[in-house]
Design a protein around this ligand. Structure first.
Ligand SMILES: Nc1ncnc2c1ncn2[C@@H]1O[C@H](COP(=O)(O)OP(=O)(O)OP(=O)(O)O)[C@@H](O)[C@H]1O
Ligand SMILES: [Mg+2]
Length: 500
């Protein structure tokens, strides 16, 4: 049983960046220690050091009072450490059972016994209260389910130190609850837990202590969160006061820009109609899986509608392909930016200017590097993208900073008329959220019709002029800003039996 973890003066440099600078804190057994900080503050780097993926330049890790050096992931695992990384890497064709029991698959006389593996794994899953079929292949699971499998794996290995890097960023409300239950159980068992998240509500709900990192420095460690306010944590994270993160600005609206008429698709089973005015910000709220993302794909031409029509400024568009939509001034920032977003080995500049370049057709051969650099620098500054230079390959940026680059790519399109953003602030720190909201208002003030899909109700309430609520593939109601309330929105979004 490991009885303490101490990170002592950990320093880690990458070319052009000091990711961690003498970071020091301790974690008590039987407690959940939060690690917070802006995008690029060094949180994931620290967990990778704990997980043996990176070696620190200096400083030490003390596990149970003994100094440990993890030269590889295997040595960290052997010492009882389990890291649930921000981006899960997995072997798609492995079954849950195989993945869980990797390294100790049951065998008899050297033969691997599939039936036994399924039984053993199934038993483990049930005991942990996770309802998954051990025969299922990893590729068929949602991110949440894959995360659950990772956590179960850590438990099976009897890990004593478990660190989770933004585990809830793509979980639904229900899945988050299951995860929290697992984490609380682990705490009860006296494990050492580190929890990274940009959602401060979660920190207050789940964590006992908290360390704040800023630019690789330890700004503060709170041994208890009692009496610590959200505003204080925000200030420690970003180094300045943000009084109202949403900073809503009312504005005047013009004529209808985007009109969606009786559109249906695979998930959007019943015809959906709505319109958005020039200068208006409409928030789409609903549970994960309510059909919001598919609807946006249909509008953008990334999925094919079964019926219905879409008009922009009164003109019917035939968005058969995203290129058509882009030509009409429609920008769409998708939810799974990682999968359909970044080009990892290309620079920040290339990633930001990609869509704008595509517009050029033949002209694309004549790239105006000067103006691309200018645009890139403007976004780096505006969204606070943390990168040593605009030439840095995007895969070396922190998770949140990659998100910002993809967002910048879409906001960079010329002649924007309609902007659709699916979960634009997922994985993004509070300071940058604030900037993104300002950006959204600016787009609206320039006359764009803006649609923001978000699963975070406070965000929709904070920034939208009007809320559209979806449930089970249909629009179930619309709420004007003056009537916004969490209760009303939830009563529309949740299945009837769940409304209190
Ligand atoms: N392999 C690498 N090569 C170069 N720079 C890196 C590498 N890994 C991380 N960095 C840099 O180190 C800094 C810290 O990154 P890290 O991923 O730890 O941030 P983070 O706090 O996890 O941010 P986020 O909230 O966005 O996930 C960033 O500036 C990042 O660009
Ligand atoms: Mg990270």
């Amino acid at each position: 049983m490991v009885n303490s973890l101490r990170l002592n003066e950990i320093t880690k440099r990458f070319p052009g960046v000091r990711a961690l600078d003498r970071v020091t804190f301790s974690v008590e057994p039987g407690s959940v220690h939060a690690l917070v900080g802006e995008n690029g503050a060094g949180k994931s780097t620290l967990l990778r050091i704990l997980g043996g993926i990176y070696q620190p330049d200096s400083g030490s890790l003390l596990v149970g009072g003994t100094e440990r050096r993890f030269q590889s992931a295997a040595s960290s695992i052997a010492a009882g450490v389990a890291i649930i990384h921000q981006e899960l890497h997995y072997v798609p064709n492995l079954t849950i059972a195989e993945n869980l029991l990797l390294g100790h698959l049951p065998h008899r006389y050297g033969f691997f016994r599939r039936g036994d593996a399924i039984r053993v794994a199934g038993g483990h899953l049930r005991r942990m209260g996770v309802d998954l079929n051990p025969r299922a292949k990893l590729k068929t699971l949602s991110i949440a389910e894959r995360q659950m499998v990772e956590i179960c794996k850590a438990l099976l290995r009897q890990a004593q130190i478990i660190a989770l890097d933004e585990p809830t960023s793509s979980l639904s409300h229900h899945e988050t609850e299951i995860l929290f239950r697992l984490v609380r159980d682990l705490r009860k068992q006296g494990k050492i837990l580190i929890y990274v998240s940009h959602r401060l509500e979660e920190i207050f709900e789940l964590c006992d202590a908290c360390t704040v990192l800023r630019d690789g420095h330890t700004v503060a460690t709170h041994h208890s969160l009692v009496g610590v306010s959200r505003a204080q944590l925000v200030e420690e994270m970003v180094g300045r006061k943000i009084s109202d993160i949403y900073n809503y600005r009312p504005r005047s609206m013009g004529p209808v820009r985007l009109e969606v008429k009786a559109v249906t698709g695979k998930q959007v089973a019943r015809p959906v109609s709505f319109s958005v005015h020039s200068g208006e910000v409409v928030g789409f709220f609903g549970l994960v899986g309510s059909g919001r993302s598919e609807l946006m794909h249909l509008i953008f031409g990334a999925a094919r509608p079964r019926s219905g029509s879409i008009e922009i400024d009164g003109q019917r568009i035939r968005a058969r392909h995203p290129i058509d939509a882009i030509r009409r001034g429609v920008a769409f920032c998708p939810e799974d930016r990682k999968e359909c977003g970044i080009i990892p080995i290309r620079s920040v500049t290339e990633n930001i200017n990609l869509t704008a370049r595509q517009r050029g057709g033949l002209r694309a051969f004549l790239i105006d590097f000067g103006s691309e650099f200018k645009v890139t620098d403007r976004f780096i500054q505006r969204l606070g993208i943390k990168t040593p230079s605009r030439r840095q390959k995007i895969r070396f940026l922190s998770g949140g900073n990659q998100q910002k680059v993809i967002l910048a790519r879409w906001l960079n399109l010329p002649n924007l008329r309609v902007v659709i953003m699916d979960e634009p602030t997922r994985g993004i720190d509070v300071g940058a959220k604030h900037e993104i909201y300002n950006f959204i208002y600016e787009l609206a003030e320039r006359g764009c019709a803006v649609v923001v899909v978000s699963s975070e109700l406070p965000e929709v309430i904070g920034i939208a002029d009007r809320m559209v609520v979806m449930r089970e593939g249909a629009i179930i109601g619309e709420i004007p800003r003056e009537d916004f309330s969490e209760h009303l929105a939830l009563s529309l979004a949740l299945p009837d039996e769940q409304v209190a």
